[in-house]
Structures are given as C-alpha cells and as structure tokens.
Design a protein around this ligand. Structure first.
Ligand code: AGP
Length: 613
C-alpha cells in the first residue's frame, strides 16, 4: 500500500506535495519522492526514508523554480527493496515521462522482459517501472499520450492506481484506478489527486473518488473521466466532512478496525501472482521457490513470537500432513537459548510482520550460523530478517499501524495455505480446483462474514466486557486460533484470557469454570471427529454453569442448544478455516476494548515491533 499525490494549479507545487505525502505516510513510509517541472524539464527528487528525509533532500538541493504539473509518492515496498533507485516516481528511458503507482503489477516480469527486448533500460527493481516504459513504447509506435496510457494500463494485471505526467503535454495529469484507491480533489482553477482523502483536506473538501476501471485527465480548469475503453463518463463530486484523524483511518474510529476490514483486500493482494488458474496450481516462481528447496531436509522449525507464532502453529497443522518431515513450532525467545538441533538438513521458517523482532531475528541468525536453510514469511521489504534469509514470501498486507496484529496474521496464514497446496502439488497431488475456487472467493467470504457477524459481536461484547477472565478453546487447526483470540483480547482490553486445546480442559482449566467466566469455543464441521470432541468439551463447561460463546459452523444445531451466544461461520474448505474463524475473535477483542475505554491502537506497555529482548 503506498501513497500517491498529484497537483496542477497556481500554488507552489512542492509544499502541496509534501503536505499531501505527510498525510499519507500511514500508507507506506520506506521511501518517498516527487517529480515536477523545472525550466521545461522533468525533475525527480526521491530518497529512501520518510517524507521528512525527502523534505531535507529537496531543500538541500535548493530547488527554486518548481512548476506544475507535479506528482509525489510515499512507498510501502512490494517489489524491490527500499532504496533511492526503487523509490517512485520513475522515468522512461528519455526522461520525458514520469509515473507513480500504488498496487502490485502481477505480470510485471513478462512485461519487463518484453520491454528489455525492445531496448528499454530499467533503472530500478520495481514492478512499477514497467508502466512508464510501456507508455513510452506505445508513444514510439505513434500513439498519442492518452491512447498510449490507456493501452498500457489495459495490459497490466494486478492492482494499480497510476498517475503520469509528460514533458510533451505539460498541461495535464493522467491517472487511472484498478483495485487500488484514487481520489480526485476538485479546486477552483486547480485540481488534485491522491490515494486517500487526508492528502486533499488542506486544499479542498470536494472530491470525486474514481471507481474501478476509470481514468481521469486533470488540467487546471477541468477534470475529465473515462472508462478503460476511452468512453467519457459523467461524475458528480461529493463533499467530505471528516477531520484529518478520521480521514487517516478511512472513517473508522481506530486503525485496528480499519485493518480488520482491510483483510479482504489483503487476501486479494497476497494471492496476486501466486495462483495459476489455468494449470490449477500455486505458483511461487516469482519468489524463486522450487521443489529443490524442500529436498534433503530432515527437520523444519517454524519460529516466531506472539501472533506470528500463532500463524506458525496454524502452519504446522497445514504443512505436516503434506510433507514427510517433522515440524516444530516454537517461541523464538525459547528457541534461541535451548541449543536446538540444527544442521544443513534443517529448514528454519521465520514468521514476522515487522521482520525486526529481536528474538526471531536472533533465532534466524543462530539457525543460519549452523547451516540451516532460511525461509522468512514477512510483511516488510528490506527488513532485517528479509536481508538475511535465503528465500522470502511476502505477506502483502500493507503497513499495519495498530499494535494488535490482525491483517498480517491473516496474510501469514494465507501464505501457509498456499505452501500446503504447493507441497501437495510437488507430491503429484492434483487437488481439485474447488480449493482454488474457494481461495478466489475468500475475500468476499470474509467481507460477508465481517458485515454479518459484527452486530452480533457487539451484543456479545456488551454482555461480557466487564468479565475478569476469559477462556478460549479449540482443537486441531482451531487450537492456534484459541491462542490468538485470547492474545487479542488480553493485549488490547487487559482482561486476563487463556487459550487452550479444548481436550486439555479436564487437565486443569475446568477448575476455572464459573458463571462469571465466559468460554469461547471454536469448532467447525470440516474438522470431522474433532467437531464432536469439541462439542463434548463445550458440554463440560455448560454442565458447570459456565457461559459458552460458540464460534461454530453454520447450522451446528448441537451447539445452538448449548451456547449462550453463537457466531455462525459459513462452511468452507478445511484449509481456509483459520482465515474465517479469526474474524469474530478480532472483532470481539476490539469491541470489548472499546467498551472498556482502552487505547485500542496503542495498548499500554506494548510496542508494534519488539526490537529488544
Ligand atoms: C500481536 O498482536 C502483537 N502485536 C505481538 O504479539 C506481535 O505479534 C509480536 O510482537 C511479533 O511481532 P512480529 O510479527 O513483527 O515479529
């Protein structure tokens, strides 16, 4: 997720761009850049670092005669590590065009090869740069700017919000939106564009959100909008009454809730480029993962902390049945000090949103030192863990601002689901297309579940937000979810909560059951015998007058008669259960924390990334 801004009008361009970028930094902040006119030429100034560093660089180069049109960008790297070269904007070969982009170009590799064949020189490792060279190629073939732009964006696969300025047509900005937001700001004798509303608020409250498959041409006086076939479209503007804080959270009260509701988008972005529907298989070729990577192994460790550890535990349940190698999942803080057995036949899988967690990084280094192969599942390009791994699978969750990890967890689990399908195909198992179809449907499944379950979750939260203790129970692949639900609740609402394998009840936890201690029970019909077993555990709780909150498959009538409260989850493929069952757990923790007046996004004593022991 990145931030784009653009401006054409009478104001001095650089202050407009910098103010807009500062207000979009929550969308990405590993590098930033601007492009503007100076003496009839296009000038780019860009830098690895924050918008502040860009500002420093601009003013240290004493740029005075900056002119419009102009574009700015703050980056969250998806392809190509954070660096000055990989920062946006990007030039074509002749520096007559400049482009900024937010999203992921799924077919960038083949486009890049084709353009290199045609003599284009690339200056970065980004997927974005193929866009500006593609436009240049169509101009070389005699297209005029608008049709070169339209033809180019129609060849892109994936998600993109793109903005372009051209030395040869300095009176306009062209931009397009497909699966990444882009909003036009309408002024008097001036017009703006941005990835999100906060960047526009200092200048205008009149906006036109572009819809999927729309193109806009901005001049000082006009905004013209077209579809991807070049057909003009009439649009009406809307007035925004949000303040900045509301706008940065997209109108949500907290970043955590915004990020919970971003999960459908994150699932889509994490799947991009990794599903080959024609051949019905998972494709990690862009990351360089192949069957040799898993050969010659005798042990796999999945090492992480906190929520990432829970995702790793889900990974064990997903991978162990499809690979003949034992998998151990362990907290990094324990792993690093217990002299674990490691050799060159060991695969170490590190899971981390930040890629900077001290214990996980230390564990990775220990494993590497002893000859292990290292695979990282990480959300931050260029983070320490990714620099020291043999192979990286990025989670494409975008910046996760709230301390409580939600969308990153979902993306981590999704990577393990894809790895399971990949390993199955390596064993010649041609899983039916069903699971791929269900993966494609997953974003809308999660969106429906969010919308449908939220009102019920609010009711349950109002009933139990003053409880002193919570128990979370699950079996099999839903046991890590019980741990995650308990962690979410305790870290943002400060209520004591424990996750347990449901089968463990009789070995101690059942002593805790009483009328004031709600037990959240997770169970899915897709689990087969474990569904029945968990039902018995729920009955053990109920028979001791413990309140039971069931998060179970829809039409689980056995649970319906038993539970005090019930959230029903649609039936799906076994592999996808954790992605659906975590949603109500995240919402329940959030709603209870809000009712308790807690600082949801910045819980006491916690940091977003624990970079110290
Ligand atoms: C999860 O909600 C917490 N913020 C915390 O447990 C977190 O998952 C843990 O610190 C690991 O962070 P990482 O994923 O960045 O390594």
């Amino acid at each position: 997720m990145c931030g784009i801004v653009g401006y054409i009008g009478e104001r001095p361009p650089l202050p407009v761009l910098l103010e807009g970028l500062r207000r979009l930094e929550y969308r990405g902040y590993d590098s930033a850049g601007v492009v503007f006119f100076a003496g009839g030429e296009l000038r780019i100034c860009k830098v690895k670092g924050r918008v502040y560093d860009l500002e420093e660089k601009i003013f240290s180069t004493a740029i005075t005669q900056a002119e419009v049109p102009c574009l700015g960008h703050t980056r969250w790297a998806t392809h190509g590590e954070p660096s000055d070269e990989n920062a946006h904007p990007h030039f074509d070969c002749e520096k007559r065009l400049a482009v900024v982009h937010n999203g992921i170009i799924e077919n960038y590799y083949s486009l890049r090869e084709e353009l290199i064949q045609r003599g284009h020189r690339f200056f970065s490792a980004t997927d974005t740069e193929v866009i500006v060279h593609l436009i240049e190629e169509y101009l070389r073939e005699g297209e005029e700017l608008f049709s070169a732009f339209v033809k180019s964006i129609k060849r892109l696969k994936g998600a993109f919000a793109v903005a372009l300025i051209s030395k040869d047509e300095p009176d306009k900005i062209l931009c397009a939106r497909y699966q990444s937001p882009l909003i036009i700001g309408v002024g008097k004798g001036e017009n703006f564009l941005a990835s999100d509303i906060p960047a526009l608020l200092p200048f205008t409250r009149e906006v036109i959100p572009l819809e999927e498959g729309e193109i806009a041409i901005l001049t000082r006086k006009k905004v013209k909008i077209y579809d991807f076939n070049g057909q003009a479209r009439e649009k009406t503007s809307i007035l925004i009454y949000w303040d900045l804080s509301q706008a940065e959270k997209g109108g949500y009260p907290h970043f955590m809730l915004k990020e919970v509701f971003e999960q459908p988008e994150v699932i889509k972005n994490t799947l991009l480029g990794r599903l080959n529907l024609e051949e019905k298989k998972v494709d990690f070729s862009q990351e360089g993962l192949n069957k040799e990577f898993f050969e010659g192994l005798d042990r796999i460790y999945i090492i992480a902390c906190g929520t990432s550890f829970h995702a790793g535990l889900v990974g064990k349940y997903l991978l162990e049945p499809v690979i003949d190698i034992p998998i151990e999942v362990e907290y990094a803080s324990e792993f690093r000090y217990r002299s674990p057995k490691i050799s060159e036949k060991t695969l170490f899988i590190g899971v981390s949103q930040s890629g900077e967690t001290a214990d996980t990084l230390a564990s990775l280094r220990l494993a590497k030192e002893k000859g292990a192969k290292v695979l990282s599942i990480c959300n931050v390009l260029g983070s320490s863990m990714t620099r020291e791994s043999d192979l990286i699978l990025y989670t494409q969750a975008g910046p996760e601002i709230s301390v409580a990890s939600t969308k990153a967890f979902t993306a981590q689990v999704l990577i393990f689901i894809l790895l399971r399908l990949y390993l199955q195909s390596l064993r010649g198992h041609t899983y039916d297309g069903e699971v791929l179809e269900r993966l494609i449907e997953l974003p809308s499944l999660v969106r429906d579940l969010l919308e449908r379950s939220y009102p019920k979750i609010k009711e349950i939260a109002r009933k139990w937000y003053q409880a002193k203790d919570f128990l979370y129970l699950g079996r099999g692949i839903l046991y890590p979810l019980a741990l995650e639900g308990a962690l979410k609740l305790k870290e943002i609402s400060y209520i004591h909560a424990e996750g347990y394998p449901a089968g463990e009840m009789k070995h101690g936890p059942i002593a805790l059951i009483e009328e004031t201690v709600p037990t959240v029970v997770l169970s899915a019909k897709e689990q087969g015998i474990l569904y029945e077993k968990t039902l018995s555990n729920a009955e053990e709780v109920k028979s001791r007058r413990g309140p039971v909150i069931g998060i179970v498959s829809e039409d689980a009538w056995e649970f319906k008669r038993l539970c005090d409260d019930l959230i029903e989850i649609p039936l799906t493929q076994y592999e996808l259960l954790p992605i659906l069952y975590v949603v109500p757990l995240q919402l329940l923790a959030y709603e209870i924390a809000v009712l308790r007046g807690c600082d949801v996004d910045r819980p006491r004593n916690l940091a977003k990334s624990v970079t110290v022991e």
